[in-house]
Write a protein that binds this ligand. Structure first.
Ligand code: XBP
Ligand code: MG
Length: 247
């Protein structure tokens, strides 16, 4: 009988731990203005662009679809990197100014999982600088002590829906997928976790509420009314069903 005990929670960051995407959107637009570009992303366009994970990849995709690529190769790579560096500085400033807070129920779940001895991990497409800014402001300077493993854009080159970030998280946890449960917010995140055979709870937000969440173990508005024991029960049930299906 496969393990049906829940031993680790793996959290996505943007849109899951916190509603960060409005701050990211504002930071992108500030970076475009600072770089002397007349590009301006509004919410409807950004909802579409979020289908591309990774800020640099998102800028490159936008330039492609808008036929804005006047340069190529290394020059384009450097230009995108520079714009993204400026964007990240604007985002970190917004987070430090308290413009982004943890979503409902996130802190309570982190604490109850830690107190129950579960391992906690982060598997995100964003940069370590953004993770540190967000969690430093939300959990204080000792925020890293909550997490046993952090995988981000600096360690997992292939972005969601590619499963690399989740596969590397499992490896570093020293666990198999049936030990764990993922909390995500988006189609790309669900696809990445599912490709790593991980059961996933989705907490949608204003940027992902129309995404296809087929295959999610559960979709809940947020974690405000979800206890660790709920997650343990759901995980036990879903794992048992998987065992029967794959028997
Ligand atoms: C969401 C993303 C990130 C953010 C922007 O990451 O796709 O690209 O939108 O952050 P997550 P960067 O996997 O946490 O949902 O500009 O640093 O990429
Ligand atoms: Mg996300």
């Amino acid at each position: 009988m496969k393990n049906t005990l829940l031993n680790a929670l793996i959290f996505d960051v943007d849109g899951t731990l916190a509603d960060t995407e409005m701050a990211h959107l504002a930071a992108f637009n500030s970076a475009f203005a600072e770089a002397g570009l007349d590009w301006r992303w509004d919410v409807p366009l950004y909802r579409q662009l979020l289908s591309v994970s990774g800020g640099k990849e998102r800028i490159r995709h936008y330039m492609q679809v808008q036929n804005l690529r006047t340069i190529d190769g290394a020059a384009l790579h450097d230009r995108i990197n520079r714009i993204h560096e400026i964007k990240t500085l604007h985002y970190e400033k917004a987070v430090r100014e308290g413009q982004v807070t943890l979503r409902p129920g996130v802190l309570a779940l982190l604490e109850s999982a830690r107190d129950a001895g579960l391992k906690l991990a982060i598997a995100t497409t964003t940069s370590p600088a953004n993770v540190s800014a967000l969690l430093g402001s939300a959990l204080g300077s000792r925020w890293r002590l909550y997490f046993d493993v952090i995988e981000d854009a600096s360690t997992a080159e292939r972005k969601k829906p590619h499963p690399q970030v989740y596969l590397q998280t499992l490896y570093r946890l020293g666990m198999v997928s049936s030990d764990c449960l993922v909390i995500e917010d988006s189609f790309n995140g669900l696809k990445a976790a599912s490709a790593a055979h991980l059961l996933t709870v989705i907490t949608p937000n204003r940027f992902t509420d129309d995404h296809d969440f087929s295959g999610a173990m559960a979709v809940v508005p947020d974690l405000a009314n979800v206890s660790l024991h709920d997650l343990m029960d759901w995980h036990r049930q879903a794992s048992a069903e998987r065992s029967v299906l794959h028997a």
